[in-house]
Design a protein around this ligand. Structure first.
Ligand code: B12
Length: 210
């Protein structure tokens, strides 16, 4: 059933992937394992996109299927992983950018790993991040962005946080698409993470979960 699930997801067979995920959960497969398998499916989808086998609409479709799988898995995590809250992470896609498939994966993986996550969504202006830091009081702020213009938006966001006098209250990580160490330096963030696994590792390191 596990291979079939990965295959169904990789082949973007929505109904099949969801039905198998449901069956796995009902027959006792751990929610965490379903997520790991989903990640394997996503990796295959990413490779097929790079090889020119898949196109934009396929990735959007993949995002939709993942959202549905996430909604199936989440309630089952509440007793285990999500019961122990390690700390708070504020996440959003920066202003001018509406890409959210990767952000949603990061957000989801952080939740699964025990963090309380406030997701501000996409195209989030710097002022909204600042306001949310004041209210939600996260230890970590995660900025996602895939467009080149997002690099400036990331920098503006970090500056706005500085100007609000909140820079020493939060650790800031960035990620998404073309981001790298240079962008991190340019934006003035504390770290760059290449994927959701690194995002979780950074949050753990900073909040002290490990
Ligand atoms: C899907 C997609 C779209 C979808 C987005 C759907 C959605 N709901 O997100 C749609 C069709 C809407 C779209 C629109 C546009 N897109 Co687009 N899009 C893509 C595409 C094909 C895939 C992005 C994706 O989802 N990847 C899969 C996810 C899982 O990967 P990821 O986001 O990188 O996330 C992973 C890591 O980076 C990391 N991560 C992500 N966020 C964070 C945050 C932190 C803190 C950390 C630590 C890690 C982390 O973890 C994730 C999981 O491992 C890319 C091409 C590509 N290969 O990246 C182009 C791409 C990003 N798009 C591009 C462009 C140009 C556009 C448009 C301007 C097109 C247009 N002319 O209208 C618009 C922009 C709209 C806007 N204002 O944002 C360009 C950007 C070029 C540039 N340098 O600026 C790209 C690179 C395509 C290209 N080669 O030209 N797009």
């Amino acid at each position: 059933m596990k291979n079939e699930f990965v295959e169904a997801l990789a082949n973007l067979q929505e109904n099949e992937a969801i039905t198998i995920a449901q069956k796995m959960l009902e027959s006792g497969t751990m929610a965490e394992e379903v997520l790991e398998l989903a990640q394997q499916g996503v990796d295959i989808i990413g490779k097929r996109y790079e090889n020119g086998e898949y196109f934009l609409p396929d990735l959007i479709m993949a995002g939709e299927i993942l959202k549905e799988i996430a909604s199936l898995v989440k309630p089952r995590l509440s007793k285990g992983a999500t019961a122990r809250r390690l700390g708070k992470v504020l996440i959003g896609t920066v202003e001018g950018d509406v890409h959210d498939i990767g952000k949603n994966i990061v957000s989801f993986m952080l939740e699964v790993n025990g963090f309380e996550v406030l997701d501000l969504g996409v195209d989030v202006p710097p002022a909204k991040f600042v306001e949310a830091i004041k209210e939600f009081q996260p230890q970590v702020v995660a900025l996602s962005g895939l467009l080149t213009v997002a690099f400036d938006a990331m920098k503006d966001t970090v500056n706005a946080i500085k100007e609000a006098g909140l820079r020493d209250k939060v650790k800031i990580m960035i990620g998404g698409g073309q981001c790298n160490e240079n962008v991190r330096q340019y934006a003035g963030a504390d770290a760059y993470g290449k994927d959701a696994v690194e995002a979780v590792a950074l949050a753990k390191k900073w909040i002290g979960g490990e």
